[in-house]
Design a protein around this ligand. Structure first.
Ligand SMILES: [Zn+2]
Length: 477
């Protein structure tokens, strides 16, 4: 079903959104059209009953045979044998309930290129993403991010940080954001540059200002916030100061959180964090992605500036960037989050697998079976991720008063089948298929293993059609 593709490219801005939604609603296949228009399930009153509840809250701890009561998107109570007459009961027997997982950096726009990075430099990650990124239409952006958002829900990720470094036009950006709005996910949208933009040219700071001014229209009822995807000081070579400083200072003047890939490679990116610190470009509003080249002195600089770090072992290992050093940041008091980064390299968005990598790498490099506990890894994927995005007052743990981002993991699958230590089961065994129920801001987005608000068949069909057309436009074999 592609009722509005060509039209939308010719109509600008919000008018295009309104027009495309109206057209989509008139399209013949009613159910899918309604979904494409972004109809989300209502927030009701829910009672998750009799599960192993991991609140990830220091005081509430774990509750065996516990309940979580949710009303109008908020957690009302967490405990045992809660009374909630009138609530829809979700039976949690044999299941583990925990806060929704938090991703802290993901280039959702390049998700049509899953597993696409080849075996040599000419078709490696950067070459592929640049070549395809430059031929993407707003519809391609929408379809890519919709595929990523659907996978996030499937995998139990309820918060994403969508870092867009393919902001080709306002229409591209609005299409990208619309996919997030329609998904029901919580998140940050970081506006950045466009693939192919010369390092000597500024990104479109006018569009950034406009987006900031108009943000209430894009905030998805308060679920989405705006950030800035900054190129930093270094790319293939050093950027001119007139570029990196103007971009940084604009974002800071607007009060936007700033994210940048810095120290990506353990070997090739040495000294970058120190350079940022010396240029006075760190702070509590700055998130550093990867930071694999960080020395102990640079880690101390991050800690004293209050900058956060996002680690993506799924892509860092695949790229040969080096070995993620979560423990060094944590020991120094740096706030750490975990991230998908992209599925071009990582292949999937399995946050449980990423937590397992973080922990196993840490134990391996420490030669210590007990260096990082499974529970500590789970904190990184929940409450620590929320802290690193400034969302810990809202989400990240199951506590009365917080918003209801809650997932339920069934242990009745062949990769589990017994109930042992729940933290170990989640970090060591869990896969997306074990995620039975996903609730984001009180809306049920996945139930009994099936997405409730997104039909997968048109997501796949649209993704395939876009990729095929992009291959032709990019003259890719
Ligand atoms: Zn990245």
């Amino acid at each position: 079903m592609k009722p509005t593709i060509d039209r939308r490219q010719f109509i600008g801005g919000v008018a295009a959104l309104a027009a495309s939604r109206a057209l989509a609603q008139k399209a013949p296949s009613g159910k899918i059209a309604a979904e494409a228009a972004g109809h989300l399930p209502a927030r009701g009153e829910l009672l998750l009953r009799n599960a192993w509840v991991m609140t990830m809250d220091a005081e509430l701890g774990d509750i065996a045979g516990g309940d979580v009561h949710i009303r109008d998107g908020k957690i009302v109570a967490v405990g045992k044998a809660l009374a909630a007459p009138g609530a829809t009961v979700l039976d949690g027997r044999g299941s583990i309930v925990l806060p929704g997982l938090v991703d802290t950096h993901w280039h959702m726009w390049n998700s049509l290129l899953r597993d696409f990075a080849g075996e040599k430099a000419s078709d490696g990650y950067f070459a592929t993403v640049a070549r395809f990124g430059e031929v993407m239409t707003p519809d391609d952006m929408y379809r890519a991010t919709r595929l990523a958002a659907a996978e996030a829900v499937h995998s139990g990720i309820t918060t994403v940080h969508n870092f867009c470094h393919n902001a080709r036009s306002r229409e591209h950006v609005e299409a990208d954001i619309r996919a997030l709005q329609e998904s029901g996910l919580r998140g940050r949208y970081s506006y950045g540059w466009a693939q192919g933009l010369a390092d000597t040219q500024l990104c479109n700071l006018g569009d950034l200002e406009g987006l900031h001014r108009d943000w209430p229209k894009f905030a998805g009822g308060g679920l989405l916030s705006l950030g800035f995807a900054w190129r930093g000081m270094f790319r293939a070579s050093a950027l001119p100061e007139s570029v990196y400083r103007a971009e940084f200072e604009t974002a800071r003047r607007l009060g936007l959180p700033i994210s940048a890939h810095v120290g990506n490679s353990e070997i090739d990116s040495k000294g970058q964090i120190e350079a940022l610190a010396k240029a006075n470009l760190l702070g509590r509003d700055v998130q550093i992605l990867h930071a694999l080249s960080a020395t102990p002195a640079e880690i101390a600089m991050l800690a004293s500036a209050g900058a956060t770090v996002s680690l993506s072992p799924g892509t860092e290992l695949r790229m040969g960037y080096g070995i993620t050093k979560a423990g060094d940041f944590l020991d120094a008091g740096v706030q750490v989050g975990v991230s998908v980064d992209n599925t071009v390299l990582a292949g999937d968005a399995n946050m449980f697998a990423l937590l397992k990598m973080i922990r196993n790498i840490e134990n391996g490099r420490s030669h210590n079976e007990y260096k990082m506990s499974a529970r500590r890894a789970l904190e990184l994927g929940t409450i620590d991720g929320a802290r690193s995005l400034g969302l810990d007052a809202t989400i990240g743990s199951l506590k009365p008063g917080k918003r209801a981002d809650v997932i339920m993991i069934s242990t009745q699958r062949l990769n589990m089948g017994v109930f042992t230590d729940p933290a170990h089961m989640l970090v060591e065994s869990a896969q997306a298929e074990n995620v039975d129920t996903v609730i984001a801001d009180g809306r049920i987005l996945k139930r009994a293993g099936k997405l409730t608000a997104m039909a997968t068949a048109p997501i796949f069909a649209d993704a395939a059609a876009s990729l095929e057309a992009m291959r032709k436009r990019a003259n890719w074999r």
